[in-house]
Write a protein that binds this ligand. Structure first.
Ligand SMILES: C[S@@+](CC[C@H](N)C(=O)[O-])C[C@H]1O[C@@H](n2cnc3c(N)ncnc32)[C@H](O)[C@@H]1O
Length: 216
């Protein structure tokens, strides 16, 4: 059995899961040191055509929103933290103003975006903080167009979990649980990628069925 996290680990876990206030803003600024590689690889795996719309769940400080906008994408995003919505909006002020980015506060169970309005979606180191995956994956599926690709970047419970991560905050699933959740919410062509980064990140790629697949 792994050691229980101390007060610092519990606080760090809470701030990672829902950054808030001054400390949350600092967490947001520091986060990319740990998460940039995972995000950059998730973008690569989306294999984006020019000028597509990308949904990001849990955009944090908005670095990936910025990268996507710089590539000519439109971004629609949701994050549960008011502090992160403010930080990501400030980081992407021009894009938010002219409509290239639309960033909303949401826990993912109801996304304020139209059906089939995204060509692709990604979520990086965020699903741990979602108590029940099904309603959130159903929403992501609804917002993705038929044949749209989703990339998930996340640690899995198949590897040892750092002791500071509070299991009451971090619900780290096994790869099999993530794949099952994707399958049971209607995703197809689900693949667990073989590569890992130094933070133990796994990447999963899945797509929504194309209209032709749905008729079969
Ligand atoms: C560890 S941070 C990762 C941020 C960013 N994806 C990155 O890789 O740098 C987790 C983010 O998920 C957000 N979050 C937590 N629960 C969420 C939920 N249910 N729906 C959407 N965002 C959520 C947090 O507010 C935080 O910004």
């Amino acid at each position: 059995m792994s050691a229980a996290p101390g007060p610092v680990g519990r606080y760090r876990s809470r701030q990672s899961g829902l950054p808030s206030g001054l400390v949350g803003r600092l967490f947001g600024r520091l986060m990319p040191r740990d998460t940039a590689t995972a995000n950059d690889h998730a973008i690569e795996l989306l294999d984006l055509a020019p000028a597509v719309t990308v949904l990001e769940l849990g955009f944090g400080q908005g670095r990936t929103v910025q990268r996507l906008v710089e590539r000519g994408c439109r971004v629609i995003g949701a994050d549960a933290s008011a502090t992160m919505v403010a930080q990501a909006t400030a980081r992407n002020r021009a894009a938010c103003r002219d409509g290239r980015a639309r960033l909303a506060r949401s826990d993912g169970t109801t996304l304020p975006f139209a059906d089939a309005s995204a060509d692709a979606a990604l979520t990086v180191h965020t699903l741990y903080f979602v108590p029940d995956l099904a309603p959130v994956l159903v929403e992501v599926h609804r917002v993705l167009r038929p044949g749209g690709r989703l990339v998930i970047a996340a640690r899995t419970a198949d590897d040892p979990t750092p002791t500071w991560m509070d299991p009451n905050v971090y619900r780290i699933r096994t790869a099999a649980q993530l794949v099952d959740a994707l399958r049971s919410t209607g995703f197809v062509s689900i693949e667990r990628r073989p590569e890992r980064d130094p933070h133990g990140t796994n990447w999963f790629v899945a797509t929504t069925p194309r209209a032709a697949d749905a008729r079969r």
